[in-house]
Structure formats: C-alpha cells, structure tokens
Design a protein around this ligand. Structure first.
Ligand SMILES: [Mn+2]
Length: 331
C-alpha cells in the first residue's frame, strides 16, 4: 500500500470524518446501475406497542458505519473492491404515520432495484419493513429470485407471524404480521426458512403454533442452547439449500447487554452473543444470498457510546459481505 493510500484509508475508516453515508459509500440517487444498494428505511409505524423512534436507525448507522469500511476477514473478501456498492439514500415515506401506505412505498422502491438486478441491504426501521421489501424482490414476478419464493433466515426474539390477529394496534401489515403474510401471499417459502433466537415469556401457551402452521422451522434460543450452535447451523444449511436467501436480523435477538438500544428488549432470558450470530452468518458463505436487513435499532435509548448502532453496523457489514461474495461467485 502506498503512503498516500495509507493516509486515505486512515481518514476513510474514521467514522467521525467527512460526510456520513453508509460505510462511506458514494451517494447514488438512481441506484439502478450498481451491484449492491444500501438503503435506509426510516419506518416506525409498524410496531405500535413499543417505543417508536426506529425511523432514526438509518441516520445512527450512517454516523458510525465508516469504521466498518474494512476487509471481511472471516469471508476472506473485500466487498468494496468486489462489488460496486452505493448508499441509495432513504425510502421516501411521506405518509410516515400510515403503516399500510409506507409498506406500499417500500415495495415500490425495492421492486425498482430488483427489476434492475440490484441487490439491497437495508437498515430499518421497525420489522414491518421486511414485508414491504420482500413483496418487491421475492416471488413469482421477482427478478432477483428468478421468479422463486425466497428462503429467509430470520434472527429475532419474536416470531412476527401473528396471523390470528387482524391488526396490531391498527397496523395490518405490521411488524408482528410480515412473517405470516409473506408466506401466505407467495413471497417466502416457509419450508425452506428458519426463525432463530426466539425467546421470552409469552402471551399464550401455543405461541409457536402460528409459525408451525405456516411451515417454518423455529429454533428457539432455549433449543439453540440445548443442541448447540453447530447443530443449529446444520439444520439451517439443510433447510435453505440453494434457494434464494434473504437474511433479516432483528437486533432484539441479541442479549440486552450486547444491544441495549432495541425496541422490544427481552431481558428475562439470555439473548445471543455476537460470536454466536457471527458463526451462523459466516456459515451462509456461498449460499445464494440476495439481500437482507437489520431492524429495530432505537438510537434514542442507545448507550452514550452508541454501542447498538455499532452492533447494527457490524451485522449489516456481514450481510452485505455475504451478498458481495455471492455476486462474485456468479461471475
Ligand atoms: Mn422482529
């Protein structure tokens, strides 16, 4: 590396230097010509039961994410050199308080990316965004999945598949519904998908039933502890196979001591540590990863050193690296 390159690298990985974009990527208002679009989805009307500052997540991650503009040692890839990656800005949500209208806007935005063959990695926003995104990029008419349903690897403390309720506090395609209607409407193949990290005391005894009815494999946090993370990885690998894979990561699957700034903390049972979720994410190397998202960051209750924003950045980096590795594989 030349001495000029070393000086550039020093500044570009200092998060506090320069103009904040995702991972210091160039801003591209028309992101249809890049390989991977990093998208902010500042949506917070899909989760009415909790604190509602999740729309501030993209800004918080832009503020710190330059520090993660590095090599991915585990995947042995430099995503920045492998793919053309841009900051595609935020999905415009002028009806921010109307969840249904926002989900439609999100779908329109991601449909355009999908039609252009651009793979999205997004920062939310509440978990309602995943419904909007996958309506645009997965299923019969979707370019990014070649008309197939997507498999999802869903990290979460909660199932988000409550189809027995017509709405959640007024929101229909809500943060509690997306994992259900995406299956019923033909965007996600539950039989190839896994929900992992589910924990907490529940409202009903049959709390896992909605997901089993849809066909999901559910690896509760308790079961992960019983069988070990390597056995979980085996189950996930076999189930997903070579299906187009979308990774959705709700930060509340992590322990509150690891990620305190989340909307629905579950403190009664230990959540994942970073090394556990990293093992699972790294094991997806070589899978047909078409995109992903990180959701439920609550910057207004994060610790003063922004630890949850750093954690969200680290997870987003792994997902975009998996997508970059997959794109490189196809060349
Ligand atoms: Mn969730």
């Amino acid at each position: 590396m030349s001495s000029k390159d070393k000086l550039t690298m020093m500044m570009e990985t200092s998060y506090w230097w320069g103009i904040p974009t995702f991972f210091r990527c160039p801003v591209e208002k028309d992101p249809t010509k890049c390989d991977i679009a990093l998208v902010g989805v500042p949506h917070s009307s899909g989760n009415g039961s909790t604190l509602r500052d999740q729309h501030l997540g993209p800004r918080a991650v832009r503020n710190v994410s330059a520090l993660a503009r590095k090599l991915n040692n585990a995947l042995e890839i430099s995503p920045w050199e492998t793919c053309d990656i841009v900051d595609a800005g935020d999905v415009p949500l002028p009806e921010a308080l109307d969840n249904e209208k926002c989900v439609e806007r999100i779908t329109d935005f991601f449909l355009k990316l999908s039609n252009a063959g651009v793979n999205p990695v997004s920062m939310g926003g509440d978990h309602g965004i995943t419904g909007g995104i996958l309506q645009g990029i997965a299923g019969e008419k979707a370019n990014l999945t070649n008309g197939k349903k997507a498999a999802i690897l869903h990290f979460d403390a909660h199932l988000d598949s409550y189809h027995h309720l017509e709405h959640w506090m007024g929101a229909k395609k809500s943060a509690a519904h997306w994992a259900s209607y995406l299956v019923r409407n033909g965007h996600v193949d539950a039989k190839k998908s896994v929900q992992i990290g589910i924990r907490g005391n529940t409202r009903t005894w049959d709390w896992l039933e909605p997901s089993y009815e849809l066909g999901y494999e559910v690896l509760t946090k308790k079961r992960c502890e019983e069988i070990g993370i390597e056995a979980c990885i085996d189950i996930i690998n076999r189930r997903i196979g070579d299906a187009p894979l979308y990774v959705t990561f709700d930060l509340d699957c992590l322990d509150p001591s690891v990620a305190p700034g989340v909307s629905n903390p579950e403190p009664a049972f230990d959540g994942f540590r970073m090394n556990e979720v990293m093992k699972v994410l790294h094991s997806m190397k070589g899978k047909n990863v078409i995109g992903g998202d990180v959701v439920c960051l609550m910057p207004t209750i994060d610790s003063p050193n922004n630890i949850t924003a750093y954690v969200a950045t680290a997870i987003m980096f792994e997902i975009l690296s998996l997508v970059a590795f997959n794109k490189k594989k196809d060349e």
